[in-house]
Design a protein around this ligand. Structure first.
Ligand code: HSE
Length: 441
């Protein structure tokens, strides 16, 4: 064991920060025995010194100014866990400029400023580690960077937001109310400070951008990813899904189309067959299927959010950072290696679809919609319906579901512009992709 302890500076003592501090204390002996490097937490920056905390921390470790941590000459490694992109940007860039390796779980920061931050890291020869930025406790970042290093990645498909999966599972299994399920996810410490990011698909999108960066060796700007959230999914959609043999999951799809050389990159709530392995990934769990040209299909599964799973990921980076601090000639922080990829226009992407219209209970309305779809060359594989209630004019609005054969997203949007012209069809039908994924459970 080396003599001088490595000194860690922690910035942020929220859900994840307190999980990291508690685990570093609780499993200190185990970690030192395994990595043979003595370490200690030297300082912790918090936003409010007077705040009551469940985690016991010696008062002398605390400061309310992050500069005290980054500028402390004795601190070797900075752990940034405050979230958000403003102050976190200043912390991460100041630490890298000062030559201090950074451990962060900040996916929004990396998705937005990754290209600049990775460049700075490379120029300064100071690594940044970000295992906790995707998949919670699942070691997906290191797997892509090291374990799967010999593979060209064909696709990465899966569930990578714990909060939305918790909500969808609660709605699908127990018929829970959307707002109640979101509140419970917040209480359990799964949701972001701003939970809109969880339900509007952007937290998953940030993670997808990071995974795509690692898989394809180049950063991708957030405006290239198509994102649809789960806010408009109702218990009606779950009822139809169940009846038709599906469940609904918020899926990330990253797929390289070899013919065009373009990347398909999107986050969308989707119908998944109820026999598919992803259909049984419930609650806060995430599952990420990575397919490589050498390894074939792999599937990573685990808790995608929460205090301890995320702390586990952060600490794996802390240990890597400590080891590489002692052997700086080699580091596993990300260095871009490829030219930017073309991104497939969402309108060109192809799948089958579930479309739930609200239609007036009038003769001929089914035929009218079917005719419009046929005009656009879109076939129907199944239909289902449920009787609705009358509006103030005495018109009954029914739910009418069409399961559609595969076509381009753009083609379907054109057809839906036409159906919206009908006085018997309510605007903004619920459109969900149907993903035919392999393998079976
Ligand atoms: N809010 C995130 C989620 C936390 O629910 O997945 C983990 O990144």
């Amino acid at each position: 064991m080396t003599e001088k302890p490595i000194q860690l500076g922690l910035i942020g003592l929220g859900t994840v920060g307190s999980g990291v501090y508690e685990t570093l204390c609780r499993n200190h002996a185990l970690l030192e025995a395994r990595c043979k490097i003595p370490f200690l937490v030297k300082k912790i920056a918090v936003s409010d010194l007077s705040k009551k905390r469940d985690t016991e921390v010696p008062a002398e470790l605390l400061t309310d100014d992050w500069h005290d941590v980054v500028n402390d000459p004795e601190i070797d490694i900075i752990i940034e866990l405050i979230g958000g992109t403003k102050t976190a940007y200043d912390i991460v860039t100041s630490a890298l400029r000062a030559g201090k390796p950074v451990v962060t779980g900040n996916k929004a920061l990396l998705a937005e400023f990754g290209s600049e931050i990775f460049k700075l890291s490379s120029e300064k020869g100071t690594p940044i580690y970000f295992e906790a930025s995707a998949g919670g406790g699942i070691p997906i970042i290191q797997s892509l960077q090291t374990s799967l290093i010999c593979n060209h990645i064909d696709s990465i498909v899966g569930i990578i937001n714990g909060t939305s999966n918790y909500i969808l599972s609660a709605m699908g299994e127990g018929g829970a109310d959307y707002a109640d399920a979101l509140q419970k996810a917040q209480e359990l410490g799964f949701a972001e400070l701003d939970p809109t990011l969880d339900v509007n698909g952007w937290d998953a999108a940030h993670k997808a951008l990071i995974l795509a960066t690692l898989a394809y060796g180049t950063t991708i700007s957030p405006d290239k990813i198509f994102v649809q959230g789960i806010e408009n999914i109702t218990s009606k959609d779950f009822n139809f899904a169940k009846k038709l043999g599906y469940t609904i999951k918020l899926l990330v799809i990253i797929r390289l189309h070899k013919d065009s050389g373009k990347l398909e990159l999107r986050v969308q709530p989707s119908f998944v067959h109820d026999w598919h392995i992803l259909a049984s990934v419930n609650g806060v769990f995430n599952a990420i299927a990575v397919t490589g040209d050498i390894v074939g299909e792999t599937l990573f599964y685990g808790r995608g959010a929460g205090k301890n799973p995320t702390a586990s990921a952060v600490i794996s980076d802390v240990i890597t950072a400590m080891r590489e601090r002692l052997h700086p000639e080699y580091h596993t922080g990300f260095l871009p290696y490829a030219q930017p990829y073309g991104i497939m226009d969402i309108n060109e992407t192809i799948s089958s679809y579930y479309v739930r219209f609200q239609v007036a209970d009038q003769p001929g309305v089914i035929a009218e919609i079917a005719h419009i779809l046929a005009t656009f060359g879109i076939g129907i594989s199944a239909t289902s319906s449920a009787q609705g209630v009358s509006d103030c004019n005495g018109i009954i609005w029914n739910d009418l579901v069409f399961m559609l054969h595969a076509c381009e997203w753009g083609q379907l949007q054109l057809a839906l512009q036409e159906t919206a012209q009908s006085q018997f069809v309510a605007p903004n039908p619920c459109v969900l992709r149907i993903e035919h994924l392999l393998p079976k459970a």
